[in-house]
Design a protein around this ligand. Structure first.
Ligand SMILES: Cc1ncc(COP(=O)(O)O)c(C=O)c1O
Length: 399
């Protein structure tokens, strides 16, 4: 009976999440009916739900979704329907955006450098978990929350980025040497104190988390401080054409073993996946506006949702759509240089893309696994961006 009620609740939440979003059986129908002038973003309902369940069931702690990866309200509500209740946020706009979509959401303000106004507003809106990596930031948090006694403060540590396809070092994070003093300060006034780190995005090294956890244990043993919370951050990888990571469940097992071995199992444990939670749950379709020889000019580019393809040279599973169907162009393919729509000459993809050799104006290229850091990365430069987000019941190809 209880299971049935839970299932009915999930369906009701899911329907509510999708309210206001146009919904199609597949991408081909969506492209045909939308007739969009802009790129089209897709959300794959089942994939998002499945990935959220994998994290909720497999990660040995509380799973926070890092809203920066894709802040679209429908996606946030879909994750909520799947059971995600906690969200990592980096700015006051992210906080407000999540709360508008999900007034009951629990928020964690994990950017180590925040404005005074943002701290004040976040606290007023109910946020109690804040990250810091310096004494000055700690002072700001204390002052702007009116010396609150219910703060949960997490020290951001800088850890090895070995194995990360997209390292996040050199910018934030205290060293293990600096940590004892900072934790000691925080313990003087916080209700709970903890440690957080980020092993770098798209981390292909399963042991990276365990190594960081062991180093934290050694640091704590060295200074005799005990903590209440441990947050292993984001960084969980997804599969892209040039990257084939181990399943995320291997990461969960390695983390659980390291927590056990280090005596951290009783703490509040968190993770903050962005990419791994939503990359496979989304895609973007971009249209060819002109072909000139082997050059294709698209309606989206590096200032839009193809930042990672343009700036980092990452490739994504892709396929060509023509007049509402997958176009395989026979067996002949050719290599193409892809340009984004803005007037800037750096708006081009770093690597060439292999496509059917008769690709032409009006064709759509679907870039898959771009549910993370695609829609979210768009600028409004030159007026090229897309708010066209639709839900898809079934992906044409399960890549
Ligand atoms: C503090 C924090 N948490 C979580 C994430 C999400 O990381 P990922 O998308 O690699 O899972 C990021 C990404 O920059 C971050 O800075």
């Amino acid at each position: 009976m209880q299971l049935l009620e839970e299932f009915e609740g999930f369906i009701a939440d899911r329907e509510q999440a999708l309210a206001g979003l146009r919904r199609y059986e597949n991408e081909a129908t969506a492209l045909e009916i939308e007739q969009s002038n802009d790129a089209v973003h897709f959300l794959y309902i089942d994939k998002i739900t499945e990935t959220a369940h994998r994290f909720l069931e497999g990660f040995p702690g509380t799973c926070l979704y890092a809203a920066k990866a894709n802040p679209h309200p429908a996606l946030l509500r879909l994750l909520w329907a799947a059971g995600i209740r906690h969200f990592e946020v980096a700015s006051i706009r992210e906080i407000e955006n999540v709360l508008v979509a999900l007034p009951q959401a629990q928020l964690y303000f994990m950017h180590p450098v925040k404005s005074r106004q943002a701290i004040q507003r976040a606290y007023a809106l109910g946020v109690r978990h804040f990250a810091f990596d310096s004494q000055d930031e700690l002072r700001k948090i204390r002052q702007e929350t009116g010396h609150a006694e219910d703060l949960c403060l997490l020290l951001r540590l800088s850890v090895s980025q070995v194995g990360a396809a997209y390292p996040l070092d050199n910018k934030f994070g205290a060293t293990l040497m600096e940590a004892p003093l900072l934790l000691g300060y925080a313990q003087q006034f916080a209700a709970k104190v903890g440690v957080t780190f980020h092993v770098g995005s798209q981390c292909l090294e399963v042991e990276a988390y365990a190594n960081a956890i062991r180093n934290i244990r050694m640091m704590l043993d060295g200074c005799g401080i005990e903590i209440d919370m441990l947050d292993v951050g984001g960084g969980f990888p997804v599969s892209y054409p040039d990257m084939d990571p181990q399943p995320v469940t291997d990461y969960f097992q390695a983390i659980e073993a390291a927590l056990e071995e280090s005596g951290f199992k009783g703490l509040d444990i968190f993770c903050e996946p962005g990419r791994a939670m939503v990359a496979e749950g989304g895609a973007v379709a971009v249209r060819v506006e002109l072909r000139r020889g082997q050059a294709l000019y698209l309606n989206d580019g590096t200032y839009g949702s193809l930042f990672d393809a343009g700036q980092l040279g990452w490739s994504f599973p892709s396929e060509l759509y023509r007049a509402g169907r997958v176009h395989d162009g026979g067996s002949e393919t050719a290599s193409f240089q892809l340009y984004g729509p803005t007037c800037d000459s750096i708006d081009k993809m770093k690597d060439h893309l292999e496509l059917p050799d008769d690709v032409c104006e009006g064709d759509w290229i679907i870039f898959r696994h771009l549910g993370a850091y695609g829609y979210a990365m768009q600028t409004k430069f030159n007026g090229f961006y897309s708010e066209t987000m639709v839900a898809i019941e079934q992906a044409a190809l399960d890549v």
